[in-house]
Design a protein around this ligand. Structure first.
Ligand SMILES: Cc1ncc(C[n+]2csc(CCOP(=O)(O)OP(=O)(O)O)c2C)c(N)n1
Ligand SMILES: [Mg+2]
Length: 254
């Protein structure tokens, strides 16, 4: 095939998701947020829910998520996304509603909102991007920071006696009656991306079927906050994050 033929959009194997617009992303090289955005955009379009989806943006690095995926969005104050999503979904049951939250947002300042929305079984999807750090504000310790992991506020490493244990909040959420799906995924390689997309779709379908709350955790990198190259960060995540936050379903009610 001639090169001009190959680069015709219909002949390309890879296509940018239709819902992702052309705004340049502000994320750092190697950041997991961009890939996760892409999966969300693909799943919404494949479900034909472009005009019926409302995302709730967080406070954190993904605060500008509304700039990149062309659906309706609502911005929430730090940690309050599940409460906002509750109101949106209850007032508009025909809409598909999801929150997008970092570990600081979901597991620190928003713990109460997260646990109670899930315990009420709100028909929403909670997308939880766990990079074990407060990325946006300069890499401070988060509830999910691993023991021994160095951050701006624990430069000698997280110390259990001082800082307590890392919080496996997805495990807590899986214990609640209101959740129907709690799964831990990642986007560090092609196989993981495919698996994550499948679970994301299941989560969105659950919310429309009225099955309760679905939680999709993404164990993620923060190369800037971790002070590593994107490649080192992926490797570090595999070696350190996955043993503590193992990938797979914690709960999947058919
Ligand atoms: C009420 C309130 N408290 C604190 C902040 C400062 N703040 C902004 S982002 C952030 C942490 C975000 O971390 P996380 O949710 O893990 O997202 P990430 O940036 O790592 O993706 C904090 C504490 C704020 N914006 N509002
Ligand atoms: Mg974070």
């Amino acid at each position: 095939m001639e090169i001009n033929e190959i680069i015709k959009p219909e002949n390309l194997v890879y296509e940018k998701p239709k819902l992702m617009n052309d705004n340049p992303m502000h994320y750092c090289p190697g950041c997991s947020h961009g890939v996760i955005h892409k999966l969300i955009a693909e799943v919404i379009a494949e479900m034909g829910m472009e005009d019926k989806t409302i995302g709730v943006s967080p406070v954190g690095c993904a605060v500008f998520a509304y700039n990149y995926i062309d659906i309706d969005w609502e911005e929430a104050a730090h940690g309050r996304a599940p409460a906002i999503a509750t109101a949106i979904k209850r007032l508009n049951p025909s809409k598909m509603v999801f929150t997008y939250q970092g570990d600081g947002d979901l597991a620190a300042i928003g713990t109460a909102e997260t646990i109670h929305a899930a315990n009420r079984g709100e028909n929403i999807v909670i997308i939880f991007v766990n990079n074990a750090i407060y990325g946006m504000t300069g890499g401070q310790m988060a509830p999910t920071t691993l023991v021994g992991m160095k951050t701006a506020t624990c430069p000698y490493g997280r110390n259990v006696a001082l800082n307590g244990y890392p919080l496996k909040i997805s495990n807590l959420l899986a214990e609640l009656e209101g959740t129907c799906l709690v799964t831990r995924q990642s986007v560090h390689n092609a196989a993981a991306v495919r698996k994550a997309k499948k679970m994301l779709r299941k989560a969105f379908e659950n919310s429309m079927a009225g099955k309760g709350t679905s939680v999709v955790e993404f164990v993620s990198t923060c190369s800037s906050g971790w002070k590593m190259s994107p490649e080192q960060a992926n490797k570090w995540m595999e070696e350190n994050m996955f043993p503590f936050y193992p990938l797979g379903d914690l709960k999947n009610v058919e």
